[in-house]
Design a protein around this ligand. Structure first.
Ligand SMILES: [Zn+2]
Length: 356
């Protein structure tokens, strides 16, 4: 399995072509182990769907082989002690390699499975996921319980924050820069908005996994000359809200504030996504926690994820979807690595969980 992981890391999959190459490598590996699977294509992106077992319920293992861009040296996997360094080692070719190995294992003993196990390998998670995981879900490939193998230090992410990305146009009145009192400065309006935004009721929410929603003032564009009062200011906010909050209510608070500053200001939603909550009492979560504790000899940890992953597509079908994967550090950074021992434990946990 570690060889499989090294071979995957060595494929420069930070482009569409490269990610498809990595996907074809996974397909040829599955073929060489006589594992039936389909390679599907959507808008130029490849993905794998494989299925084994029988029974009334379905577990899905989802992993992506695309990675964020890196220097060429990072596509040369290096092992130092228990660490395997390289782009995508943690995020998330380790998860993919372990899922493939576990899938190979259960495919050799299919009669022992009391449920369907589906393997999804996808190629566009880092650029939104709509073309592969989104496409798989849209074309009817979901399940009851979904594990996305993102690196989580073998902790179970049972919640993830929702996303609300908004674009606001602040309007003012232009005037000569020497007589600013004759105009209305749109940049100043956006500044007043920012200060009030940070105190809106929605910003005070918290729960046992998250202390507060996050607000990132991500974009700003305004003003083009010193001697003019700007009458236009465009800003973009990326808000990550707490499970239990609704983006519609947050948008209402933001819109009311923007309009209270100038009734002509324009608020537009760029993107939105509901937060994910999984009950800690769910049977899949319980059995996965117990197995994780058994295999790692440590108490299983449940946590809340700040970012979003391909889980979001599956939850739309009513599935329970969590992020759960091996241990590592510095993914998306220059020293990304995964702990080899955690990849082996992870494959073991997945196999045992599929067989329970
Ligand atoms: Zn990832």
């Amino acid at each position: 399995m570690i060889n499989l992981l090294k071979n995957l890391v060595a494929i420069k999959s930070d482009t569409e072509i490269g990610a498809n190459d990595a996907l074809r490598y996974c397909s040829s590996w599955l073929t060489s182990h006589a594992i039936p699977h389909q390679v599907l294509e959507n808008e130029g992106r490849l993905m794998i769907h494989a299925e084994v077992g029988q029974g009334p319920t379905t577990i899905v293992w989802n992993g992506h082989v695309d990675v964020v861009p890196a220097k060429i040296e990072q596509f040369n996997p290096i092992i130092e002690g228990d660490r395997l360094y390289g782009r995508g080692s943690a995020d998330m070719k380790a998860g993919v390699a372990a899922m493939m190995e576990a899938f190979r294992h259960i495919s050799s003993i299919p009669k022992q499975l009391q449920q369907h196990v589906v393997l999804h390998i996808v190629t566009d998670e880092e650029t939104g996921g709509h073309k592969t995981s989104g496409h798989l879900v849209e074309t009817g490939h979901s399940g009851d319980f979904v594990i996305c193998g993102e690196p989580t230090q073998l902790k179970l992410s049972v919640q993830s924050k929702g996303v609300l990305q908004i674009h606001i146009t602040f309007l003012g009145k232009a005037a000569h820069g020497s007589r600013p009192w004759e105009g209305t400065n749109a940049i100043e309006a956006s500044y007043i908005f920012y200060e009030k935004l940070m105190n809106l009721p929605f910003t005070k929410a918290s729960n046992c996994y998250f202390e507060y929603p996050s607000i990132n003032l991500a974009k700003i564009q305004a003003g083009d000359r010193y001697n003019v009062v700007p009458d236009h200011c465009e800003v973009g906010y990326d808000i990550r809200f707490i499970p239990g909050q609704r983006w519609e209510e947050i948008l209402q608070q933001i819109t009311n504030l923007a309009l209270s500053i100038n009734s002509k200001n324009i608020v537009k939603v760029y993107d939105k996504m509901s937060a994910i909550i999984t009950s800690e009492d769910n049977n899949y979560i319980k059995s996965l926690s117990e197995l994780t504790a058994k295999v790692t000899q440590k108490e299983a940890v449940l946590f809340g994820q700040h970012g979003a992953a391909d889980t979001r597509f599956y939850v739309n079908t009513g599935a329970i979807a969590i992020e759960f994967g091996p241990s590592g550090d510095d993914w998306h950074g220059p020293n990304e690595y995964v702990l080899i021992s955690s990849v082996e434990q992870y494959a073991d946990i997945l196999t045992k969980h599929a067989l329970t």
